[in-house]
Design a protein around this ligand. Structure first.
Ligand code: B1M
Length: 231
């Protein structure tokens, strides 16, 4: 979180965000939803600000305590449900692409063996808001499912997410299958997820590592511009 800008917020709004983080930690879905609505309607906060200052910041604390053995899967599941509830409130604002130029089609999914989907869904929503058609294949997606969807929707971009060090190598398998099927040239491959790095993305032959949803949107737009220019 950008602490400078957080510190300059009115104290009551800072408190709202801190309570939102605490309630997310405690898995209190209704309270997190109410705080999200209050931040939007009474404080004019943007979805991006609410995500960064409240929801993602709260989930970071959950992640640290999960790692340190203070929280366990059931508690983290409740926190994830609370976060997803708040994301549903933000969804219409993030996906509204009325005045936006239509872009290309993106197939996105969390790779085989991995069920983390909060970040991937956020990326999907923000891509929709930027004018992309998004085909979200969900979680635990294998290479053949990715390839079938790319063909079916004649997609421009493949977005893959992995949150586990044990599942991120599967991205290489998907890229290898794209190569084998002669589909790599026409498909831009974007990858993201907390354990990834730029070096890893380069090593597996992806086009770009996206550290967050905003970077994914920017990268997708740049690749579409390049594609239009070349065609
Ligand atoms: Co899991 N989990 N989890 N978990 N979990 C992590 C990832 C972990 C880092 C926690 C920890 O130890 N600190 C750890 C992984 C360690 C590692 O491998 N390095 C871990 C583990 C170990 C596990 C289990 C193995 C635990 C167990 O069972 N013993 C298990 C695995 C299950 C499986 O997948 N097979 C497991 C299960 C779960 C829950 C089901 C309880 C739940 C997931 C619920 C759900 O997603 N529906 C869960 C959660 C919530 C987390 C943490 C706490 C939070 C993840 C999250 O949603 N973050 C996570 C800790 C952490 O990451 N700090 C953790 C918020 C989200 C907005 O961020 O997903 O990073 P993120 O997405 C960002 C960017 O990464 C990027 O943009 C997003 C938005 O800005 N991005 C992309 C992501 N995908 C992209 C795709 C793109 C582009 C950008 O495509 C173009």
């Amino acid at each position: 979180m950008d602490t400078d800008s957080f510190d300059s917020l009115p104290e009551v709004l800072q408190e709202l965000y801190i309570n939102m983080q605490d309630d997310l930690y405690d898995g209190l879905k209704d309270e997190v939803a109410d705080a999200t609505t209050e931040a939007l309607e009474q404080w004019g906060q943007t979805p991006g600000q609410i995500l960064q200052r409240g929801l993602v910041a709260g989930m970071d604390i959950v992640g640290q305590d999960f790692r340190d053995g203070i929280l366990f899967v059931p508690e983290v599941l409740l926190a994830a449900k609370a976060m997803k509830g708040a994301m549903e409130i933000l969804r219409p604002l993030l996906t509204d692409a009325k005045d936006v130029q239509r872009q290309g089609t993106v197939v996105i999914g969390t790779v085989k063996g991995d069920i983390h989907d909060i970040g991937k869904n956020l990326v999907g929503m923000m891509l929709e808001g930027a004018g992309f058609e998004v085909i979200n294949l969900g979680i635990n997606v294998d290479a053949e499912q990715f390839l079938a969807a790319l063909r079916e929707y004649n997609a421009d971009i493949l977005g893959m997410s992995a949150l586990l060090t044990t599942t991120m190598p599967y991205m290489r398998t998907v890229i290898q299958r794209l190569n084998e099927e002669g589909m790599r040239e026409q498909t831009v491959v974007l990858v993201g997820g907390a354990p990834l790095t730029e070096a890893f993305a380069e090593d597996i032959g992806a086009d770009r590592y996206c550290e967050d949803a905003a970077v994914a949107v920017e990268a997708a737009k740049v690749f579409m511009e390049m594609k239009k220019r070349d065609s």
